[in-house]
Design a protein around this ligand. Sequence first.
Ligand code: AMP
Length: 433
Amino acid sequence: MSFASLNLISPLLRALEAAGHENPTPVQASAIPAMLAGRDVMASAQTGTGKTAAFLLPTLQRLEERPAQAGRGPRALVLTPTRELATQVKEAAELYGKELRHLRIGAIVGGVPYPAQQKLLQRPLDILVATPGRFLDHMERGRIDFARLEVVILDEADRMLDMGFLADVERIMAAMPATRQTVMFSATFEGSIATLAAKLLKNPERIRVAATEANNAKIAQQVHYVSDVAQKKAMLLALLKEGPVGQAIVFTGTKHGADRLATAIGHSGHSAAALHGDMRQGARNRTLAQFRAGAVRVLVATDVAARGIDVAAISHVFNYDLPRSVEDYVHRIGRTGRAGQSGSAISFATRDERPALKRIERFTGQQIPALAVAGFPLIEAPADNERRAPAGRGRPPRFGERAGAGRPRSGQGADSRFARRPAGGDRQGRGRA
Ligand code: AMP
């Protein structure tokens, strides 16, 4: 299937060609015709599936038609959970809309001064990308004119609810014209998301995309069991030093932990920076720009701050601390393996984190192979709440030898660059599945 067969207009086809997108992804193939037909859409598709273009392309096409009404205020509103995602959606709209004339795109996010945003809202806008808190703030001061509003898109709606934005989203949506087209993208449509969707969407086209980042064959997942947190740090530094790591994101569970670890990585000679929600927006933007430019090699981040980062040079994602939710695991590992590149997702797990790892394996339907790291004793997957002693036979196992979390499914194996198997097979060190 081609983009042309989806009846997209030629300025969009030219922009897609320039972006190097040859064929629509499954979510694009389903969502674009439905949205072009004016239908409401609820799509369960995660980042990495091409969801952003899936809702932007038909929206841009709709905006090519003259507005029914003159005046100010946005014609399309995209709500995103985080500032970073808002920035990325805005950049994607600029990319796909670059052949369209007079397209005005703006963003309204928290953490930046108000005056420029007030000015933006006084002008006619085609697409406004916003985070709920700041948007509501402007809305309640009467600064947003909804008279021209035609399309509302809730991107990563589950995440918005996780972050406590349900009441804000409901208040925003209650102010929108009833004639609008409403589109919701979410990783899941369970629980409160289903209730919200039922309230907001009219006879929606339902789209489910099976391919998620957890099933992205280009992302090789592996886990290293560690005895304690100190060993995590030592292993991470060893991998950064010895392994074929290009640019990397290291995820920590706390903001404080991100700061401390970034400093430690910096001290060991790698350019590293922290990225988390306690930083001012200006500092976050600068850090991200440095990371994009390659001046920072290792970004140490918390989940919310790093969500949506799209940098093709990220070869590795490290889960220094395992995430609290399984969805976060999927979002984290999807920061690598982008734009057709392959990537590695490496988790460190203490004994206490084994249950979290099991939940991730159940959620993604995959066993994550456990590997050893050269210079460290192999710790096998603890079973039945018991950590097994390091493998005792022969020499200590090396980088890439298996420690017993089962065989990877095809395409899901350990990154061959990390998992060099010594001549003579991999029997040594293989434990129970
Ligand atoms: P998203 O799921 O929107 O976060 O997009 C993930 C990545 O896929 C982005 O880097 C897009 O530029 C890229 N992408 C989106 N659509 C396509 C396509 N049809 N072909 C190739 N790459 C795409």
